[in-house]
Design a protein around this ligand. Sequence first.
Ligand code: C2E
Ligand code: MG
Ligand code: MG
Length: 683
Amino acid sequence: MLEAKHVATALAHTGRDLSGTGAPLLQQYIAKMGVMFDRDILIVDRHGVVMADTNGAAVGSTYTNPDIEMTMLDGTARVFIGPDPSEPRATSKQVVVPLQDNPSEHGSPTVGAIVLEYSGLYDALMQEAKRSSYVTGFVAAVMVLLGCTVAIRTTRSIVWPLEELQTAVTAIAAENYGRRVNLQTKNELGRLGTAFNKMAEDLGRGRAALIDHVADLAQANVLLEDGMKRQKEDADRIQYLAYHDNLTSLPNRAMFGVALSQSLNYGKRYEGRFAVFFIDLDRFKQVNDTLGHEAGDLLLKEVALRLRQTLRASDTVARLGGDEFVVLMPDLKDDTHAETVARKILGAISRPFSVPGQELRVTCSVGISRFPNDGTDEQTLMKNADIAMYQAKESGKNGSAFYSAERNVNSFERLALESSLRRAVERDELLLHYQPKKDFHSGETAGMEVLLRWQHPDLGMVAPTQFIPVAEETGLIVPIGKWVLRTACRQTMAWKTAGLDGLVVAVNLSPRQFSDENFLEDVLAILSETGMDPRLLELEITESMIMHDVERGRVLLHTLKDMGIRIAIDDFGTGYSSLATLKQFPIDTLKIDRSFIRDLETDAEDRGLTEAIISMAKTLRLHLVAEGVETVGQSDFLRTRGCDELQGFLFSKPVPAAEFESFVKIRRTMLGHTISALALQNA
Ligand code: C2E
Ligand code: MG
Ligand code: MG
């Protein structure tokens, strides 16, 4: 539009100048200009009369409109859309510029106007503008692209690597040591990346080593703690076992000793009184023998429980072993107090027990000793409570008794012996010695007699003559005798297997054993249990044993004989039976009592008696053994009179099993050498 205005203004200048020169010239000029600019141009006077136009067709006509009239009035050029001067039906964009009388003079009157059609020009200009806007757009796009490329390059070369590095550092900080950067750039950042990767690798390796190390340490720690824990548990367990009874979990003898010595210290210091109760079940052995050890154990456990429930927490209840329990009652007020406690104990035990399969009734006997009256040291208090317990048993069982100093000393000793003998079997204090017997004819060891020994923890080796009568009286000899027979058979069979064959083992029987109703059954059971060859077993009985009940004795001996067992009459000569009486019994051997042998060399009467016994035995075809042979003279006498075997210190004392074994082996070897030497001499 501006351009159209300039063209129109230029024309206005020229047109004004030309208007003076006359209309034809003006018309000519406008026509040329029209051709030159390819536009419709027309000049009107103040009244809108066309003075000249591009093709001259409109000259003289009136061409006006409000915009032209306004330009005439205000002398200001303006554009408008109006009818095409050369083509009135069409409209076009046009510009009207005033023609001033004196253009150089401001406010000079408007004498006419030039109207210039500029649609073409406008279109051309618009096209040009469009074209240039395309160019600008393209340039801008190129610039943007360029900018982007630069930005991307910058991003790629600096920002991304930095971001990558930052992410990687964060990962490493979060202990992801496997994180690496791949910066794909060779600048400083690239080198930084390589250094970073190296650092991450080192860190990772270090960390892995540290973790391994920590794991090793942790494992070592666990092992150490485990070990310490186990050690503590073991120590606790050992401590527990050392002071508790395995079966009932009650404190044991050792722990009771500790409690007792504490009470003694306290009692002595503060003049206090306390009581020790010794509890023993009546006929517990019977339970064990008839119902078996499992039932016995169950009963003991239940007894322990009842005692614990019956007594106060301040009382110490302990199991000494077997069926013996002890209670320490501190702070004894008077004897009635102790009696009450004893009654409670008796009541608790006498209630029926149920062991699998049946209801069981047992009773107990309770002995009580008091500090300080009945003893002022551990041993005395325990021993006296034990003695009191036997006093209670003797008074009919299922009762209690205080220790009584009035009882005579012998009785105490016997009672003490009896109580400790009861424990001897359980505590493995009994053992067997074997005394070899020499065959006079061959010179070989014919067999051995089994002799019972008691290795007492305090008294040392107790002689059978001391304790067997007590065992006999109390009936303890029955289980002890079974043990002896079983052990002897087992040992003989072991020796037989080891090559020491042909040895006949002689086992002593006691009257009580012999009269026991289960005797035969027990012997049979032991034979089958040990696999013992009955022909190698000789049972030693005394005359009085068979004379006590002749009929029973005969039946028993015949039964034993039928089983293949040999029968010997021990200590022969001390009784009152005649050989004629003995004849009715199936006897194999006669053992001349050592009282006849002892004085053989000096006492003519004994010599005569011995000779008589030997000759009678020969007539009855009995095997003859002389006991207690200590001298060569005795031996010679017996051998020359036809005695079959010798037993005595001259040949060997009773010895432990191992010694017996080597004794027999050495003798057999020696004898073998002698026989070969003699054979060589005779040859
Ligand atoms: P016994 O059956 O007459 O046993 C022989 C006793 O004489 C043994 O005494 C033995 O050591 C001893 N003796 C053997 N040779 C000589 C000797 O040369 N000189 C002397 N002075 N003594 C000799 P021990 O072992 O003291 O046994 C004594 C008694 O105890 C036995 O007499 C026997 O009646 C009994 N006895 C031993 N063991 C048992 C057993 O297991 N059960 C039974 N019921 N009684 C047994
Ligand atoms: Mg004997
Ligand atoms: Mg004898």
